[in-house]
Design a protein around this ligand. Sequence first.
Ligand code: NAI
Length: 338
Amino acid sequence: NPPKLQVGESSLLKLANCRSKGGAPGFKVAVLGAAGGIGQPLAMLMKMNPLVSVLHLYDVVNAPGVTADISHMNTGAVVRGFLGQQQLENALTGMDLVIIPAGVPRKPGMTRDDLFNINAGIVRTLCEGIAKCCPDAIVNVISNPVNSTVPIAAEVFKKAGTYNPKRLLGVTTLDVVRANTFVAEVLGIDPREVNVPVVGGHAGVTILPLLSQVKPPCSFTYEEISYLTDRIQNGGTEVVEAKAGAGSATLSMAYAASKFADACLRGLRGDADVVECSFVASQVTELPFFATKVRLGRSGAEEIFPLGPLNESERVGLEKAKKELAGSIQKGVSFITK
Ligand code: NAI
């Protein structure tokens, strides 16, 4: 028989608390939907993040297995698992950052909006828990359709009297990650050196890459612009079709979500100039929500940057994006207020 000796959770937590009180910061992070295709690799990446001292993994299935597995990684974060609705409140209490990849993904032939009926209810339930147990947490919404689930979350928080628009962030980082990769391929340079702002929303034509603002500065032919715009807008569908019924992007999404969560944590720590694109409450356009570059700080999205100069084709794209976004936002709002 193996020896029964186990390190008690209390001593691990003591360690985590020392870490957060001492020099190095430590944040408490929950992943809701942690046993899913995105949730599992995202949980692993968050366990590897030195800014995380406590990691709560919540799901309605398989949370104990994923937790046991990840807890064996010899990194600093203390990992705890929570299974089922009756453990949601314990999962959320005291969290600084809550990441939500819970819900069903697309199958070939589906749009993100086809997921609305199932995912809207899941996001509502989870956000009611957040409003009750950690109303001051930063919330990263991954569940699709993001263009509607972020407005749903906002309405739930308004109803509960806890809404702070700076702390509610829709995750559109995968669009930026894809844009950087595809643009780097066309330019023949290292994707880590490329930065493409992607604005609007997170579905089809609402995904608007601003190719005129790419860093490092460069120019594209008409054909390159139409190839890149189309590929960036349909990158998700490319993966859905390649997976042929087994789901949508999970590994690249977990990478993107972890990159965005890390930026949120660096903002919370007080780092200067942490800037990422995100779908947030916004006055950049006449719509109540819009994705643009935001500066992340101690209170969340502290500054929302304007669109900057757009060329003619981007202006046309913006009008198309706004038209579709308006409907998706309204659909989310009325899911709660109707
Ligand atoms: P998945 O089906 O592999 O995993 C979803 C997980 O959520 C499952 O483990 C499931 O048990 C869990 N879940 C279901 N109901 C729950 C509830 N009430 N509370 C907690 N957990 C619950 O799906 P996958 O591939 O991980 O995708 C998750 C979501 O992320 C989908 O809505 C998908 O469309 C979205 N997504 C968003 C992207 C973005 O860029 N924002 C990119 C890719 C996917």
